[in-house]
Design a protein around this ligand. Structure first.
Ligand code: AMP
Ligand code: ZN
Length: 116
């Protein structure tokens, strides 16, 4: 994907503070953190949104969650707790059309929307 900003980060065409990389994934710090620890995990494969995940992508998405857990431990937020978030589509508030898992920690994170 030529113009996708996260594909560009994966290809090292634009800079990012990369914390982890392997054959399938890249993890880097969010440029506008909303909590003290704010990391984005992306697959190197371009997938526009969770709506476009196929059954063949299941293991890849599982790897993203596993890696988020490992990074949480390495970044010292595992014990205190953290939030993993996929925003999807317009109502989900997704701004970048390449799936990314937010790892959010280092502060108390209650739900923005709670049942009444
Ligand atoms: P979302 O609203 O779930 O699509 O989140 C997109 C996230 O990407 C936001 O938290 C942005 O701050 C973050 N972001 C956008 N551009 C960059 C970039 N070049 N490097 C790191 N994070 C970015
Ligand atoms: Zn992309």
């Amino acid at each position: 994907m030529e113009d996708c900003i996260f594909c560009k980060i994966a290809r090292k065409e634009i800079p990012a503070e990369i914390l982890f990389e392997d054959f399938d994934l890249v993890a880097f710090r969010d440029i506008k953190p909303i909590v003290p620890v704010h990391v984005l995990l992306i697959p190197k494969k371009h997938i526009s949104s969770i709506n476009d995940v196929t059954e063949e992508d299941s293991a890849l998405v599982g790897k993203m969650i596993f890696r988020a857990k490992e990074l949480a431990k390495e970044l010292g937020i595992a014990e205190g707790g953290y939030k993993l978030l996929f925003r999807t589509g317009e109502n989900g508030g997704q701004e970048v059309a390449h799936i990314h898992l937010h790892l959010l920690g280092g502060a108390r994170l209650f739900e923005e929307i709670r049942p009444v």
